[in-house]
Design a protein around this ligand. Sequence first.
Ligand code: GTP
Ligand code: MG
Length: 345
Amino acid sequence: TRDRPDALRTPIVAVLGHVDHGKTSLLDKIRGSAVSEGEAGAITQHIGATAVPLDTISGIAGSLVDPDDFDLPGLLFIDTPGHHSFSTLRSRGGALADIAVLVVDVNDGFQPQTEEAIDILKRTGTPFIVAANKIDTTPGWNPQEGEPIQASYEAQSDRARSRLDENLYEIIGQLSDAGFSADLYWRVQDFQGNIGVVPVSAVTGEGVPDLLTVLMGLSQRYMKDQMAIDVEGPGAGTVLEVKDEKGFGTTLDVVMYDGTIREGDEVVVGGMGDPIVTEVRALLQPKPLAEIRTEKRFDRVDSVAAAAGVKIAAPDLDDAMAGAPVRVVRDRERALVVADVESEL
Ligand code: GTP
Ligand code: MG
């Protein structure tokens, strides 16, 4: 839902990185949730989506983000699995993204799925920043709950600070080996040619204000044109999961990245056989800050505008596939939309 019909689309932020480097924990910190604790072996096995409104972002970022300076409605975060067996899900998450956060454990540095994530970002040409996570595990660290990184740095001993710096420069070197010019984010002037590294802790929240500020700043500055879409146009999205929902039968968890979808809309969905043509019975939207992957309660809504996570209930969805496109037909010719979906499978 949005306040103004001419509002900009919410940017989609994919969170990528090696297993256990703290992607879900970072989102938990932003949401004020504990999704990671509920996961079997703390391993993420599906793509998730969470809408974070501008108010929440400025609440966390404090003086760093003044909501009056922004006309983006917030950010839609896509959580991805880091375990090596989920490479399809990582590419899918990466392909959806307008911008990405590459999460790297500051002690472990680059690992195989960090490299894989970088390859995905290179291939899709997605701009990204690096969250150098787990800074609180630096020996001798003096935690500064929820503080911006500058304040946190000032509270450290010389020893702790230089240990962290060593790890950070290691990561900057690894980015350089991967072909990217990178530096600590406060030293980066031109974010189009350089990767900003933001030291953070998903446990203490240190640096999270900076991370959100950089994401909002980059989105506002470099992606405003991309976000100025016709939000009223026919909706387009990607299926994250096909799920049974009590009272609704087979439903689709979808990330809508373009236009609007409404109850009653005719939609075309990629399936195991021919594309499925069906009609939207109900649209179920997770509340702001809820993770669509784990949320049990949804609001039934008349329409959903991009970018957003939404559960779609409709007949004949049994053969729908995760990763497949979803397209609203609206005032277009159905056969053309079907051909469009077929070409994307
Ligand atoms: P996958 O989704 O399976 O790839 O893992 P993930 O990247 O989502 O990692 P997750 O958030 O599940 O965190 C893995 C473990 O690291 C958990 O035990 C977290 O509590 C811990 N962890 C994450 N971030 C931090 C941090 O900043 N500091 C500390 N000390 N521990 C952290
Ligand atoms: Mg995870």
